[in-house]
Design a protein around this ligand. Structure first.
Ligand code: MGD
Ligand code: MGD
Ligand code: SF4
Ligand code: MO
Length: 695
């Protein structure tokens, strides 16, 4: 028997991008584990990925190309050869492209975060065709805009410093489920005497473990941050020297913050006024005492109308108290912009035929698939190629998404590991390799290491890497630029820009051997300012926001749908609904892995005892959740973990694995955030009722 251990990277959409070790026995991957030497992975994988071999060798893996034989959505297919699949796709795309290339739309997200299998060969292919571009907004673009206006980019604290913080605000995140390697450091900080504060309308697994839990109404975080600023300024818990040297617009900010009395803040956030005071004092007081204060800012607060502004306001706090002076102080949202990713080399935008093709926002795919040609929209979408994403389950206002994909005149190709809800609508379904079967190179959004992924096993069945599928399609369509012959190794070798000092040491061959390598970034990056904003300062006042038609100062933008902002709607639909990630799923990935699904059980809806009683709902009852956009059902869990007026449906279920064939996205809306054009998944009013039967 031959046993080898292969260095790999977890490909999932998770900040932790773990360095993995894959044990291979006689060509079969028998075990994956976390690399004990990698400082952030520290030998630990989450429960989901610890089962990665179960997913790779799943009996329902797609192993052959397939052609649809029944109506769209029913998922009936027959096996065909690769030649036939590629010929069919090339012929259809050629015909559409000859008429109007922008009628072709790629649809992809972060099923794999690899820089090679994510978007390299695929982007080159679509660029060369002149296809519509995709605006990748479904997750992070609201917060990205907010932090970029304020701090200059998705940069900030290093996760490896959090254990030394004395106060950690865990704001809009549930790291026990979604960022466990940060959580390990937060727990260590707590052991060393730090105070952990969760700011989350829901008593999440994480909030349960923090010493303090503050539960504002969803979508009111921007107000909470303004209230904190008010108190920090009123009680002079400020670092005047840091403010003077490294921030812009303090006097304007002060005037704005003055309007945010603790009373007004408490009223809008739906929390006691004492909590606003307490939060500001424990944050500002610790900083004033010279202790490092840290904020782990996450995604939960971004998925509402004012999500971008909420992130911006929170990002102003560390500069006010001088938290950036410490390695363990500041804020971390995403590390993405710390990496000098070489996008031009990976994606070759130079292949675009001018003029620049239109871009379609992935968050409004429901409406856009249903739109006719018009001068504002451009041509109708005639062909969509989906890879690394499952829009029928994950995109907002799912009934429209499904109707769009059901269009008989739409040509749909899906590259997948499994027959997902989206795959059911494919005309041609292509089997893709998993991370154990292909090469890749990764950056991370929660740490500062470049991580390599070596293939551990041969592709299953006839599966092929995304890159190879687009390489073959390019050849079939007669695209002959030299870049379409690049191997995955060639592409990986160009993933980071070595001219940038942060990645000057990047060498693909060495990285493949070693597994991971940290960027060269100082431990205390903003002690002396130097933010990547136009002014080099933390911009409390942002001229760029003004130019973009936004309020240049921190502000509060109420949700689209809440009792306060839309009382008429709230009379019909009095409950706010959020649908954050379930611990055992990763977005909609892993929902079909039996062991993980059985841990989650079935779709649940958490309701506060008061709301349950008012509707005659008991724990364990089947309930129907509805609004004007749609309806889905779940089993009620009556629990004080939610606040009155808030219901929580942990997500994202495969629709076809739920008893009613639906999930929470039946009810979410396609309205976009204040900035970044992101979806508003957690800005939703609903009503809940007990269903008569058990179905
Ligand atoms: N296990 C697991 N891990 C994951 C994922 C997964 O699906 N499962 N998904 C990955 C991806 S793609 C992402 S983007 C991240 C997301 O993970 P997180 O950044 O943790 O964000 P969310 O999961 O959206 O929400 C986290 C918390 O925010 C709370 N929240 C909801 N609305 C608000 C609000 O208005 N204000 C505040 N303060 N809190 C609010 C929710 O109750 C929830 O407990 O996790 C990644 N990691
Ligand atoms: N209601 C509600 N909806 C949400 C959210 C929420 O919190 N609530 N969260 C939103 C967020 S934050 C995000 S990021 C999106 C996530 O949405 P998606 O990015 O669509 O994520 P997944 O649902 O995990 O789907 C990824 C798919 O890619 C496939 N895949 C993985 N690797 C490969 C590969 O190498 N090749 C190919 N061809 N396919 C591969 C997987 O099998 C999986 O089916 O969902 C959003 N939707
Ligand atoms: S999903 Fe996240 S925590 Fe789990 S193994 Fe992957 S990177 Fe690590
Ligand atoms: Mo996400």
């Amino acid at each position: 028997m031959t046993t080898t251990v292969v260095r790999a990277a977890c490909p999932h959409d998770c900040p932790d991008t773990c360095a993995m070790l894959v044990t291979v026995e006689n060509g079969v991957a028998t075990k994956v584990r976390g690399d004990p030497d990698h400082p952030t992975t520290a030998g630990v994988l989450c429960t989901k990925v610890a089962r990665y071999t179960e997913r790779t060798y799943h009996p329902e893996r797609l192993l052959y190309p397939m052609r649809r034989t029944g109506p769209k959505g029913l998922g009936r297919f027959e096996r065909i050869s690769w030649d036939e699949a590629l010929d069919t796709i090339a012929e259809r795309l050629k015909a559409v492209a000859a008429r109007e290339p922008q009628a072709i739309l790629p649809y992809s997200y972060a099923g794999t975060m690899g820089l090679v299998q994510g978007d390299s060969m695929s982007a080159r292919f679509f660029h060369k065709l002149g296809a519509s571009r995709l605006e990748r907004t479904i997750c992070a673009s609201a917060g990205a805009a907010g932090i970029t206006y304020t701090l200059g980019g998705k940069v900030g604290m290093d996760v490896e410093q959090f254990q030394d913080a004395k106060v950690i605000l865990i704001w809009g995140g549930n790291p026990i489920a979604s960022n466990v390697h940060f959580w390990m450091r937060a727990v260590e900080a707590k052991r060393r005497g730090a105070l952990l504060v969760a700011i989350d309308p829901y008593r999440s697994l994480t909030a349960e473990k923090c010493q303090i839990h503050i539960a504002p109404l969803p979508g009111t975080d921007a107000a909470l941050a303004l209230g904190m600023m008010h108190i920090l300024i009123r009680d002079d818990l400020l670092d005047h020297d840091y403010i003077a040297r490294h921030t812009l617009g303090f006097d304007d900010l002060k005037a704005r913050a003055l309007e945010w009395t603790p009373q007004r803040t408490a009223e809008i956030c739906g929390i006691p006024v004492e909590q606003v005071e307490q939060l500001a004092h424990l944050y500002g007081g610790a900083a004033r005492g010279g202790d490092p204060v840290a904020i782990r800012l996450n995604y939960g607060l971004q998925r509402v109308r004012g999500g971008g502004m909420a992130v911006r306001n929170v990002c102003c706090l560390p500069a006010l108290v001088g938290a950036w002076r410490h390695a363990a102080g500041g804020v971390q949202l995403s590390a993405t912009d710390s990496f000098p990713k070489n996008t031009p080399a990976l994606q070759r935008p130079d292949l675009l035929p001018g003029p620049l093709p239109r871009s379609i926002n992935m968050s409004t795919i429901g409406d856009d698939l249903l739109r006719l040609a018009s001068p504002e929209f451009g041509p109708r979408i005639d062909a969509v190629i989906v890879y690394n994403s499952n829009p029928v389950a994950v995109a907002p206002e799912s009934p429209k998404v499904a109707r769009g994909f059901a269009r008989e005149d739409l040509f749909t190709v899906v590259l997948e590991h499994f027959q997902t809800d989206t795959a059911d609508y494919a005309d041609i379904l292509l089997p893709a390799t998993t991370q154990l079967e292909h090469a890749d190179v990764h950056l991370a959004y929660g740490h500062l290491y470049m991580v390599a992924n070596n293939p551990a096993i041969a592709p299953m069945g006839e599966a092929k890497p995304n890159t190879e599928i687009f390489r073959l399609l390019a050849a079939r369509m007669g695209l002959d630029d030299a870049c379409f012959a690049d191997t995955d190794d060639d592409i990986a070798a160009e993933a980071f820009n070595k001219a940038d000092p942060r990645a000057a040491h990047f060498d693909w061959q060495a990285l493949k051997q070693r597994g991971w390598s940290k960027l060269a970034i100082p431990d205390v990056p903003y002690a002396e300012g130097g933010f990547p904003t136009p002014s080099g300062k933390c911009e409390f006042y942002s001229a760029r926001m003004l130019a973009d038609g936004l309020d240049p100062l921190p502000a509060y933008i109420p949700p689209y749908e809440s009792a306060a902002s839309n009382p008429e709607l709230a009379r019909r639909y009095p409950l706010a609904m959020i649908s954050p990630p379930a611990r055992n799923f990763l977005n909609s990935t892993f929902v079909n892995v039996q062991s993980l699904r059985s841990t989650e059980g079935e779709p649940h809806l958490d309701l506060h005892p008061q709301d349950a009683a008012a509707r005659g709902i008991a724990d364990g009852d089947r309930v129907r959740i509805r609004n004007d956009r749609g309806v889905f059902s779940a089993r009620a869990r009556v629990t004080a973990n939610t606040r009155p007026g808030l219901v929580v449906g942990l997500s994202i279920w495969w629709k076809k694995l739920a008893s009613d064939g639906r999930n929470a996205n039946e009810l979410t809306s396609q309205r976009l955030t204040d900035m970044g054009r992101a979806p508003t998944f957690y800005d939703v009013l609903v009503e809940v009722e007990k269903t008569g039967s058990d179905e």
